[in-house]
Design a protein around this ligand. Structure first.
Ligand SMILES: [Cu+2]
Length: 247
């Protein structure tokens, strides 16, 4: 897993990761260029206006609008960056949610200090959940009397996803606010008790990644992590078939 991290960004493993990295690259290169220009300008001013060359201070403010040119350029660049780069990427991630028939739907529930994945099984239906049925052996409170839940798969601290497929994740939390963070997917989303928040990801690389909690959530926060295993469609199906069904 450590090989996914280096001096630069972690490996990009989702369909939208490249676009996020692109916007980061634009921003950082722009900052390098702006920093360089300012450094050169400052050096120029230090020499041009040194005290031996200009012993008297000049208090006249220039009224030429030309002096505002750099500010206008930066303003236009920043507006462009927000509305033509940032917002479209954000809208793609927030709004282009895959619809259940074409997408794999997985429930992910955060709690102190674990991640529980919930798969609907062959019938595509999630079983009924009841908070009164929650216990150590039934972390999601699945109702054993509900037939829709009898083929459901519940997986603690292992989230298995198929490569090249859009996955819809219904994210929730049982106790306090947590945050679903998979750096390789470039996705981070708070999990809030009482809310079911939809997010999606299309993994583009098979492998093992780390799902960490990115919101300080208690004394065991540091160990609130899960493996994200991205597998081929066949391997994914094999894994699902091998899991214990129901509760
Ligand atoms: Cu947490």
């Amino acid at each position: 897993m450590n090989s996914n991290y280096g001096w630069w960004l972690p490996v990009a493993a989702s369909s939208y990761a490249g676009r996020i990295d692109g916007s980061l690259a634009i921003l950082h290169w722009a900052m390098v260029i702006i920093f360089g220009l300012w450094a050169v300008y400052m050096a120029y001013c230090l020499i041009r206006y040194r005290s031996s060359a200009s012993p008297r201070a000049d208090y006249h403010f220039t009224e030429s609008m030309k002096a505002l040119t750099p500010d206008v350029v930066i303003l236009v660049f920043e507006v462009w960056l927000i509305f033509f780069v940032g917002v479209p990427i954000w809208a793609h991630i927030r709004e282009d949610l895959p619809k259940p028939p074409e997408a794999v739907t997985v429930g992910v529930t955060a709690e102190q200090f674990a991640w529980t994945a919930h798969y609907p099984g062959a019938d595509g239906q999630f079983g009924k959940q009841d908070i009164r049925l929650v216990n150590a052996g039934n972390p999601l409170g699945l109702d054993p009397a509900d037939t829709a839940g009898q083929d459901d798969v519940v997986s603690v601290n292992t989230l298995v996803l198929p490569v090249g497929k859009r996955v819809l994740i219904n994210l929730s939390a049982k106790d306090v606010i947590h945050s679903f963070f998979v750096p390789e997917f470039r996705i981070k989303q708070d999990a809030v008790p009482g809310m079911r928040i939809k997010l999606w990801v299309e993994p583009t690389l098979e492998g093992k990644f780390e799902l960490g909690c990115a919101q300080l959530c208690g004394t065991g926060h540091y160990r609130m992590r899960a493996d994200v295993l991205v597998k081929s469609a066949e391997e994914y199906q094999k894994w699902l078939d091998a899991q214990k069904k129901g509760i």
